[in-house]
Design a protein around this ligand. Structure first.
Ligand code: E4P
Length: 223
């Protein structure tokens, strides 16, 4: 399973990349707005900077909702860097745009997916990635990870090549469960990635090893 980071924050992207386990980045208009970017040029420049930091796919979302607008915007985004993946919402014109991008060799990420039916449509349109929103499904008292399993089963059975990109990840357990359910990619906030590191027995075990190593060192000095 690939690891993407779900942020537009450059220092968090750098921190995750320096860990050596990062395969890409996803952003959305809300995450871009959080970084205080104020112009269209600023947005394009920010994507360029992200592509310079990370050697992997970077999802950049269109904000148009009509076919012509999405195509126009997507072409501009794709021209920034070969690693840009155009992120398109799961709406009727979005499906048409996904197909257009597929036919024109532009990678896509179909976003705002909440059902297996939507995931089938995204795959039929040739999307490179489909993004089911796990956390937001959990928020409405359904099990988001179950959807990942269902889509994985359908894609395997039907031979679809679209990669399942589990999005809206809220914690480390989501990552583990998405891996079990067959996600190809998990896009996560930095805290959830770092949450995978945590185990009290690791901390206790390391403290004991260091204590014993220091005792041994002290005895070596005396000898
Ligand atoms: C990523 O592609 C999605 O836009 C993102 O994971 C949504 O996450 P949220 O539900 O925490 O806003």
């Amino acid at each position: 399973m690939k690891f993407f980071i779900d942020t537009a924050n450059l220092s968090q992207i750098k921190e995750a990349y320096e860990l050596g386990i990062l395969d890409g980045v996803t952003t959305n208009p809300s995450l871009m707005a959080k970084e205080g970017i104020k112009s269209e040029e600023g947005v394009l420049k920010h994507y360029e900077t992200i592509c310079e930091i990370v050697d992997g796919d970077v999802s950049a979302e269109v904000i148009s909702t009509d076919f012509a607008g999405m195509v126009e915007e997507g072409k501009k985004l794709a021209a920034i860097h070969p690693n840009i993946v155009v992120k398109v919402p799961m709406i009727k014109d979005g499906v048409k745009a996904l197909k257009w991008f597929t036919d024109n060799g532009i990678k896509t990420n179909c976003t705002l997916v909440f059902s297996a039916g939507q995931a089938i449509l995204a795959a039929k349109a040739g999307a490179t990635y489909v993004s089911p929103f796990i956390g937001r499904i959990d928020d409405s008292s359904w099990d988001g990870v179950e959807l990942i399993g269902q889509i994985a089963q359908i894609y395997t059975l039907q031979g679809f090549n679209t990669q399942i990109l589990a999005a809206s990840i809220r914690n480390a357990l989501h990552i583990v469960r998405c891996a079990e359910a067959g996600a190809d990619v998990c896009t996560c906030p930095l805290d959830s990635i770092l949450g995978l590191l945590k185990h009290p027995l690791t901390d206790l075990g390391l403290a004991k090893f260091l204590e014993d190593a220091n005792k041994m060192k002290a005895q070596m000095t005396v000898a």
